[in-house]
Write a protein that binds this ligand. Structure first.
Ligand code: ADP
Length: 225
């Protein structure tokens, strides 16, 4: 599902270059659930943005879902993002003036035949948010907001979910509910790359990789039970 080969990312800043990723090579098979760990500033978010086609590497090869992202035009890359990848962030990035169902439906790819609103409603029902459909994000708890964000990430039935500290703002019960949704997605064959600092989140993953100073540490832990 994911093939990274010698991926380097250098940000140019006024105070000099920042080497966020250095020669990172990583393979994640379709259907794997992998946790990415590492201290703040070690390149975890940069890795996710590159895998999801949001950012481009300075050098190296990135192949995701059989697509070589380096070979794609900007419009092909944005279609790839919409159809193949679901993003979930620590801060939910919901649109405040849209209702819950609109927040999910707005991310739907126009290519799909079934109406976006119908698919969004079904997803929200299955996430236990049927009663919240017509509320605005400000009326929801943080746990509900993150479940809406996960529904939005899944609206196009992507093969891959990229989650950057999705439970960082949640209490343990809500964090568990969010991880269960990611776990369900994984059990149905989806691939998950989850950045987290939280130890208990790792129990949902089969494998962890650790970034340190923009490089993957040699040791890769298998977490399978
Ligand atoms: P992490 O997610 O592990 O905290 P990041 O990928 O966010 O790490 O950041 C890695 C390094 O790259 C940090 O030094 C950070 O300050 C820098 N960085 C991240 N994004 C940018 C950016 N858009 N412009 C400049 N520097 C950045």
């Amino acid at each position: 599902m994911i093939h990274l080969e010698n991926v380097t990312k250098t940000y140019r800043r006024a105070d000099g270059p920042v080497h966020a990723l250095s020669e990172v090579s990583l393979d994640v098979a379709a259907g794997e659930f992998v946790v990415v760990r590492g201290p703040s500033g070690s390149g975890k978010s940069t890795l996710l943005t590159i895998v999801g086609g949001l950012g481009r590497p300075t050098s190296g090869r990135v192949v995701v879902a059989g697509e070589d992202l380096g070979e794609m035009t900007a419009s092909a890359r944005s279609r790839f993002r919409a159809e193949q990848v679901g993003f979930v962030f620590q801060t939910f990035h919901l649109v405040p003036y849209l209702t819950v169902v609109e927040n999910v439906a707005v991310a739907a790819s126009p290519q799909r035949k079934r109406p976006a609103r119908m698919r969004a409603s079904e997803l929200l029902e299955s996430f236990g948010l049927g009663h919240r459909m017509n509320h605005r994000p400000a009326e929801l708890s943080t746990g509900e907001c993150q479940r809406v964000a996960i529904a939005r990430a899944m609206i196009n039935s992507p093969g891959l979910i990229l989650a950057d500290e999705p439970t960082g703002n949640l209490d343990p019960d809500n964090a568990t509910a969010v991880l269960e949704l990611l776990g369900d997605f994984h059990r149905q064959g989806g691939t998950v790359l989850l950045v987290t600092h939280q130890e208990f989140a790792s129990s949902y993953a089969q494998r962890s990789v650790t970034l340190c100073g923009g490089a993957i540490e040699d040791r890769t832990d298998s977490l399978s039970v």
